[in-house]
Design a protein around this ligand. Structure first.
Ligand SMILES: Cc1cc2nc3c(=O)[nH]c(=O)nc-3n(C[C@H](O)[C@H](O)[C@H](O)COP(=O)(O)O)c2cc1C
Ligand code: SF4
Length: 689
């Protein structure tokens, strides 16, 4: 092993090679299975994304869950697919792009009791049950012996196809409380009385058979991995750690590698609001002692010291990562080169998960290039040089402005970033002060570290420039990244018109709270018609400060968009446990001197609710005044040397932090580009003969 200059010897252990059966991983960094909203629909984009992880130093790069047969397809979600030989070419694209950078490619073969909305094949599993994980009016039927034998055959055939496609590791997947193999193991899903139900040995029988057959088909050509749910977190009703110990005692030596995860997907990929780094360590610790085979585990690992501890303490052999590898595909390389401060740490927001749940190509708050490697040719670490010398002003030091300034700085332009307040970060600096969102400050930390090193980027605080002043300074391009302001008039999804409000009654917005204004009285109504995280965290903040809070929302549950980030149930539980009064299915219609009038969104029935103040979280208005002032002065631009003025991020259209960062990158990428009219890159389905 040659040790690159600059690497801290403390981290050497992370760069040791480890054998997985017949194949050898060049280091201990393992990108565990991760879906991405691209799957079988966007094969070239998928291949480019996986290749980027390999380029960034991940020794093993795995696919997402990959359907082995039409009897288990995951519509409407866009996952991997290896139903028959016609799927092989798309997989070759993936394996080749991973191999091009010297990494191993792993495929996660999957059979689920999913509703089969596309193929309409009746779904099956160990027992008669509603389909799992979502509400669909169709049940899973109980598999008979012939179904079990079919499943084993389909799995063997999928293993053969995977090897043909060039994979180095084939996964048997018994995880996340939604795979057929997980359900056979689990007492809460398996009520069979035949040789596949009852005792742990019987419930493990199918897993044993499939592991042995995968090993047999592999025949030393690829490594065999098993991903298993170590504890379903439902006590004795499901698989628990004690049972996993029993399973490992029986099956521990069959596969070439174990991949341990805990709970359902929402528990496994918990957001930082609800779970710290290495949250499930207590469940995994000690399991490695039950097998001689290498072990991978996950925990939103971004700290190299935690990674080293996992190896040194004998908890893991591989550092498994999904989100840290999305936020920073080059994390291993950065540790290898001693560039720890360059790591773009995952903030644990699960916007990446939302791409999958929304069936759209993956995106990431921290890494705007994620999912754009093929479509836009973006690289997470590299950006093309400047098109010409130019002096650029970026107005606003929030996420979009920071990303734009950093990208432009990397391209070599002369950049001035001005910020009206006394600190950089804009909405992320403010959000990070709210309960549970501290790690969101990493959005600022990473970008400030980069910008601080650039001689060609300067930033100034408390510098609110007017349009006339900007014209005096001779900038060639101006990016307006001035963010957005919460509305006070109630306009949102429920109300398309400003509400008729009593001027005597106090209505605050999240901006007021963040600026340390507090409600006049103790009884507060929060009207959340935004439905993402702000309503929940503001409720939490005020309750913790001693206010009595009623959260009113037109939706059926609180923070309803966070179903997409898999946090909704935890937010609702947290607010209930804190004592929040939740009124769902209602809108605030108006205010009077002593409270608000609510209306049921279904019946229209109105009722009064006494309170001292309200906080409206409904929608935002872009801060576009400076932009409009500059447009008004269009005739003076040429004399001032100014060519373009562009609004960026929330100042263009308020959205997520991820969309603001993406837009900042887009501005930096596109400056000076002349090929705007090219067709949008996409892959088009071939018409069947
Ligand atoms: C966007 C995303 C997609 C995922 N898709 C899969 C998947 O297809 N199969 C799987 O076994 N796990 C999947 N997972 C779970 C991860 O493999 C991993 O166990 C989990 O995210 C915890 O690891 P992390 O903290 O490093 O993200 C996914 C996780 C994320 C964030
Ligand atoms: S979207 Fe958020 S959780 Fe997902 S990888 Fe990026 S920063 Fe992490």
């Amino acid at each position: 092993m040659t040790v690159p200059q600059g690497r801290d010897p403390r981290y050497d252990v992370l760069f040791e090679s480890v054998a997985i059966g017949p194949v050898v991983a060049r280091n201990r960094f393992f990108q565990v299975p991760q879906c991405n909203g691209m799957g079988y629909r966007d094969p070239s984009a998928l291949a480019a994304m996986r290749g980027m992880k390999a380029e960034g130093g991940w020794a093993v790069v795995a696919t997402e869950e990959t359907e082995i047969h039409p009897s288990s397809e995951f519509a409407p979600y866009i996952e991997g697919r290896i139903w028959d030989d016609r799927d092989i070419p798309a997989h070759i694209g993936v394996t080749e792009s991973i191999h091009a950078h010297g990494s191993l490619a792993a495929i996660e073969l999957t059979h689920n009791g999913s509703p089969n909305l596309y193929t309409r094949i009746p779904p099956m599993g160990p027992s008669h049950r509603p389909v799992h994980g979502e509400i669909q009016p169709i049940q899973i039927r109980r598999m008979n012996r012939s179904d079990i034998s079919d499943l084993r055959r389909w799995h063997r055939e999928a293993v053969e196809r995977s090897i043909e496609a060039g994979y180095d590791i084939v996964y048997v997947y018994a995880g996340h409380d939604f795979t057929t193999l997980n359900h056979f193991l689990s007492r809460q899903h398996n009520d069979r009385t035949d040789e596949y139900g009852g005792s742990l040995e019987n419930r493990s029988r199918l897993l044993r058979e499939i592991l042995e057959e995968t090993y047999e088909v592999a025949d030393g050509r690829v490594g065999v991995a098993c991903r298993i749910n170590v504890d379903e977190l439902v006590g004795d009703r499901g698989i628990n750690r004690e049972e996993t110990v029993g399973i490992l005692e029986m099956l521990g030596e069959i596969p070439d590698m174990w991949d341990f995860m805990v709970g359902g997907w929402p528990e496994d990929s918990a957001t930082s609001r609800f779970g710290p780094e290495a949250e499930r360590e207590e469940y995994i610790r000690g399991l490695k002692d039950l097998t001689s085979k290498p072990v991978v585990g996950v925990g939103r690992f971004t700290s190299p010291d935690t990674m080293v501890r996992m190896i040194r303490q004998g908890i893991l052999d591989f550092i498994g990562a999904a989100r840290p590898s999305i936020a920073d595909p080059f994390l291993p390389k950065k540790i290898e080169e001693g560039r720890i401060e360059d790591i773009r740490e995952c903030i644990g927001c699960n916007i990446c998960v939302a791409s999958d749940t929304l069936m759209s190509p993956i995106r990431c708050t921290q890494n705007p290039a994620m999912g754009e490697e093929w479509r836009k040719g973006w690289h997470p670490e590299i950006i093309r040089p400047k098109h010409a010398d130019a002096k650029i002003l970026v107005v606003g030091g929030g996420p979009a402005g920071l990303e734009a300034a950093m990208g432009l700085g990397n391209r070599g332009y002369e950049v001035v970033l001005i910020e009206a307040s006394r600190e950089l970060g804009g909405r992320v600096a403010r959000d990070a002060l709210l309960p549970g969102l501290a790690s969101w400050i990493r959005v600022l930390d990473y970008r400030r570290t980069q910008i601080d090193r650039m001689k060609n980027v300067d930033y100034y605080f408390e510098s609110a420039m007017t349009a006339d002043e900007i014209l005096e300074y001779g900038f060639n391009h101006v990016a307006i990244a001035t963010g957005a302001t919460w509305r006070r008039d109630g306009v949102g999804y429920a109300h398309t018109y400003p509400l008729d409000l009593d001027p005597q009654f106090e209505v605050l917005t999240p901006d007021d709270l963040i600026a340390s204004t507090r409600p006049r009285g103790k009884e507060v109504v929060i009207f959340d018609d935004d439905h993402y995280y702000v309503g929940g965290v503001v409720t939490e903040l005020l309750i913790k400060e001693g206010y009595s809070v009623t959260l009113v929302t037109p939706a059926a549950d609180v923070s309803t968009w966070t179903h997409n980030t898999m946090e909704q149930h935890r937010i609702q539980a947290r607010l209930l446990n804190l004592g929040a009064n939740l009124i769902t299915g209602h809108s605030v219609m108006t205010t009077d001197t002593t409270g608000v009038v609510l209306s049921c969104v279904y019946t229209g029935k109105e009722r009064r609710f006494d309170c001292d103040s309200a906080v409206f979280i409904t929608s935002r208005l872009p801060n576009e005044g400076l932009y409009l002032d500059l447009l008004d002065r269009r005739p003076s631009w040429d004399d001032a040397g100014l060519s373009t003025v562009t609004t960026v991020g929330d100042a263009l259209n308020p959205g997520t932090i991820a969309s603001a960062i993406w837009d900042g990158r887009r501005f930096a990428e596109d400056l000076g580009r002349v090929d705007d009219d090219l067709p949008f890159p996409r892959e088009i389905a071939r018409i069947a003969p």
